[in-house]
Design a protein around this ligand. Sequence first.
Ligand code: T5A
Length: 211
Amino acid sequence: MSAGKRGALIIFEGCDRSGKTTQSRLLVELLKSKDIPVQAMNFPDRSSCIGQMINSYLTNSKDLPDEVIHLLFAANRWEHMNQVKQKLLEGVTLVVDRYSHSGVAYSAAKGLHIDWCYAPERGLIKPDAVFYLRAPANDLASRGKYGEERYERAEFQGRVAQVFDRLCSQEASYWHQFDASQPAEDLHAQIVSITEELLPKVATQPLDKLS
Ligand code: T5A
């Protein structure tokens, strides 16, 4: 990469089974094929100590108060922030499967106040783009392996989608909404087109923080 050019922080958000993992993988493969420095990440990162507690909660082997699991998800992002910053400044684009807005959407859908949910996310590096994959909860419920984890109930996912919709309209300057019901290849083509415009645009911009 040329001196002073940074990578982009690209986030995939959406309800469970909306295709984030599929689209992140396709985007990373495409960028690699063009020799663009890129790395995949995902939250929660279940490999750390905090991530293992989150995994126990999601797989229903441990119960925790809503506030506690919310703060653990946020802490799981904070424990990676130095690495995220370093990679971006080295010119590596990060394609991340879920980030702060998942934290806010799932906890607010349980009834926690949205401002309280947002508080521990403030100060994290702000995404350059959020790709929001949206589809009716019933469509997603028919996809493979749905129902294995704690939040995979269509009624709850409907409430999560409502919060994501609200965040999408509030943060319209960097959110892009896609119809996640369309074929994966069509979705990928639209995501690539936005990414190709985004990378040169943000390369000389300073990193920003969520506020
Ligand atoms: N959570 C997470 C919080 O509460 N707070 C937080 O801060 C964070 C970070 C785990 C849970 O944690 C919660 C949210 C989640 O409930 P996760 O591990 O990311 O988060 O779990 P999921 O979102 O459920 O991840 P999945 O891998 O299960 O779903 P994806 O990544 O959205 O979907 P994907 O790509 O794996 O595809 C699912 C299925 O659909 C098919 C795929 O082949 C696959 O079978 N598919 C399509 N089918 C039709 N059309 C398309 N366009 C398709 N794209 C993919």
